[in-house]
Design a protein around this ligand. Sequence first.
Ligand SMILES: [Mg+2]
Length: 470
Amino acid sequence: MKAITEKMIRNGQGIPLNERIFTTRTLNLNTVKVMGFDMDYTLVLYREAVLEDLIFHLTVENLVEKLGYPGEIRDLKFNTDRVIRGLVIDRKLGNLLKINLFGYIKAALHGNHFYTRDELREIYGDEIVTFQSGRYEMIHTMYSLALSDLFCQITSLEIGSLSYERLYEDLMETINSLHRHGPVKESILKEPDKYILIDKKYVDTLLMLKSFGKRLILITNSDWTYTKSIMPFCYDTFLTGGKTWRDLFDLVIVDAVKPDFFTAQNPYYEVVSENGHLLKTLREIRRDRVYQGGNANAIERLFGVPSGQILYVGDHIYSDVYHSKKISHWRTMLVISELEMELSAAAEADQSLREIKEQMTVKEELELELDNVKKREIAEGAESRHLTGEEERIRGAIQGIDGKVGGLIETLNARFNPNWGELLFAGNDKSYFFMAIQRYACTYTSRVSNLLHYSPVHYFRPPIKSYELT
Ligand SMILES: [Mg+2]
């Protein structure tokens, strides 16, 4: 077995690719004194396909019952493979788009039809997607799979005078309302085993951080009733000596109203009884209590640390990471659960990718050879027959390589989503979603328990620059 050297550990080579923590801005964990954690999808793991299926059907029911959509949409079935996170909805034309980091459209789906390259060119030309006009919306939030899938399926039904704009608005409003008002959480609490995955490693991670003196805070937008039910389900089973999930945290904040928590000065209310009775709180808060609402500044005062010594870990790219970093200047770690499958597939696809690169190198050499033949032809001032034969030979070889590369690309893509390919890439470029992750998060990883691979004093550094410009 290959020995794991100190250098390899530093480079993350001893850690499976899909369990590594990736860095965009240097982060010295040793200087981090306080760590805040989001709850849903960060400390509490959901069986996402099962939960999205529930959202899909609750949304359909709401559309029919409250907004008068035709009953036939009740026959629609949620398809986990049809969509991925980070796609963009074109509200004007009713298409679902995958865009690269520059905003170029690389793939588009309308209803059940993926546009061909020619159709794409005809519809969008050189359109670059931007988000200022409101025409385009990136679907990266919770329940994004149910929303995108329903948008496509209802679009394909072409219901009367229903515009794509209206459909998008109805879906957003319904899903947001389901999230805010009960039915989803009621279903989860009724059958937590069906919707939630529990993992002892999460408890181990928090205990490890605590044992190194980190102050831990739970900061969730969920309410107290849900939090006090779900956290024991996930954590108390793995704790011994009469300890409960509350012993893991120095402070618990529910109904935090992120991102306002990071951008405004909302007051804190102390939760003073198990049934959620509230007490208006003064400006300062105290440890080992449960609060509702509040703001980031009071946390810095309570623990007596500057913003740069607080790391916030969450799964929402804007409300957890963008605002906490930009406005509060907290350090950030983004949890992207899809990275686990994506990077596991990437590790397996590595061989195909290497073969594609080799074939493309040969192709480039042949193309240079062809250039030389052409130059000779021009220099000789005539198109002689023996040169045309040489040209044909080279062109034939290039065609052969194109065939091989096509097959290799198909093998590679089959490892990712069958419809959209990779989450992180759009063709040869990074996807817009990946660009947003790297722009807004100091670090990112597939799950919180990956912190167990590193010590609480680890120095996370971004990769050294590369001059591989092609
Ligand atoms: Mg969350």
